[in-house]
Design a protein. Structure first.
Length: 432
């Protein structure tokens, strides 16, 4: 594939930074070469020399002086080499992407920074962009300042709707779109697993159909998948877009935020080498390297766990969040039956509620929510046009107790009741 058409003028201008190239060279050079090049601080001045972290399972993760020195020093831009190796092995094991030799990985400061770099590498002001609707707010916040022309692609309980994707692309002829560099959609952004905010896991059939359309129109798929391990449908996982990627048109964003710890800020992007190289140049300019301490901790943890330990941990996470989800569903059934509509989340951390008798959840929540002692995210935040009224809201079940969920949804039911009454009285007031 020719990737140059996907890059905007800024990304095309990004060149390797000499000082970073020399740093990379130093990592591989024979030990007797005297490098008087990089301005890294002298480790002898670091005030911390070693450390140990207590794990929940009783074990200890030890950072001896050698490891600690790596934690406290700059690292190579693509990532801490042992972690990169582990992520390569993990990605290959989980997704067996075709044409593995043509792909590369880069560690990112959470998947958010990967998304920002990828979108800012491709977007031109005013470009049409295909986004799943409803859409993760963090992705909208990256794209919106570039004033794109959002082409929303509707999703239902099976994932992105191919008919909606075709309709969004219908103004263009596939032949014209395939080569153009500007003014045509170049990528599709989607969260296929446990969508934020809907909790939907896209089916294999849908993913295959969407991938075919992407092939036809020569689109890059931005597969944002931080909830990959949080799938609750019991069967085996649907193949990721990366797994289906025969052409090299998928940039996949993974994250340790929901799996290990969000505060460590470690994720990774997998994709075709030419695009990952550009992300690396952006990353080098933006942050030099991801926090070494975070990368070493993740790497050491993965090494201690091994494949089996990681499997056990992700199994535990699924069990934990399924119980949380079920507590939320129990409260929803108790208080919101007949008031709201929802489908059972098959992944992720959210329940997406449609409030039947309320035109706009924004005013309801932001004007009267606190008074009623409940707050949720109004649906508008997830819509490409946030000026339109929206009947939806997002309830998170990740970190509240079943008692809090019960109380929260009880309060919500009362809030909705009052709002419905209020809306009924508005036309009466207007018409005297
Ligand atoms: C769909 C989606 N993508 C990306 C992110 C950002 O994750 P990270 O913490 O890895 O930056 C989130 C965080 O909630 C998310 O829900």
């Amino acid at each position: 594939m020719d990737y140059s058409r996907f890059l905007n003028a800024v990304a095309r201008k990004r060149e390797p930074l000499l000082i970073r190239e020399l740093f990379a060279l130093q990592q591989k050079a024979p030990r007797d070469v005297v490098f008087l090049t990089t301005g890294v601080p002298n480790p002898d001045t670091f005030p911390i020399v070693s450390g140990s972290l207590q794990l929940r399972d009783g074990r200890t993760l030890t950072l001896d002086p050698g490891k600690m020195e790596q934690c406290l020093q700059y690292g190579p831009t693509p990532g801490y080499p042992p972690l990169l190796e582990q992520l390569r092995a993990l990605t290959q094991k989980l997704h067996s992407p075709p044409g593995w030799g043509e792909r590369e990985l880069v560690v990112t400061t959470g998947s958010q920074s990967g998304l920002l770099m990828a979108m800012e590498m491709m977007l031109n002001p005013g470009d049409p962009v295909l986004v799943e609707q409803p859409c993760y707010t963090g992705a909208l916040s990256i794209m919106s300042p570039h004033s794109p022309r959002f082409l929303p692609v509707e999703a239902d309980e099976y994932g992105l709707r191919p008919d909606s994707l075709r309709a969004a692309l219908s103004p263009w002829n596939p032949q014209d779109i395939r080569q153009a560099t500007q003014g045509v959609p170049k990528f599709l952004y989607t969260v296929p697993t446990g969508s934020n905010p809907t909790g939907v896991v896209a089916t294999e059939e849908r993913r295959r159909e969407v991938y075919k359309i992407a092939q036809m129109y020569n689109l890059i798929i931005l597969e944002d998948d931080p909830y990959y391990f949080l799938q609750y449908h019991g069967k085996s996982f649907a193949p990721s877009y990366l797994q289906l990627d025969a052409d090299g048109r998928v940039l996949r964003f993974d994250s340790f935020s929901k799996v290990v710890a969000a505060g460590l800020r470690v994720g990774w992007v997998t994709g075709p080498k030419p695009l990952i190289r550009k992300l690396n140049l952006h990353k080098g300019a933006a942050v030099i390297s991801t926090a070494s301490m975070s990368q070493v901790i993740i790497s050491e943890l993965l090494a201690l766990w091994g494949d089996e330990g990681l499997d056990q941990h992700t199994h535990y996470l699924r069990q934990y969040y399924v119980a949380q989800r079920d507590a939320m569903l129990q409260a929803a059934n108790k208080y919101l039956t007949g008031v709201c509509e929802w489908s059972v989340p098959t992944g992720g951390m959210f329940l997406w509620l449609k409030v039947c008798g309320v035109r706009d959840t924004w005013t309801m929540l932001l004007e009267r929510g606190l008074e009623k002692r409940v707050m949720l995210v109004p649906g508008q935040g997830f819509m490409v046009d946030s000026t339109k009224p929206c009947q939806y809201l997002r309830a998170s079940f990740s970190s509240t107790t079943p008692e809090e969920m019960d109380k929260g949804l009880c309060n919500l039911a009362q809030l909705i009741k009052e709002e419905t009454e209020l809306q009924k009285s508005v036309p009466l007031l207007k018409h005297g």
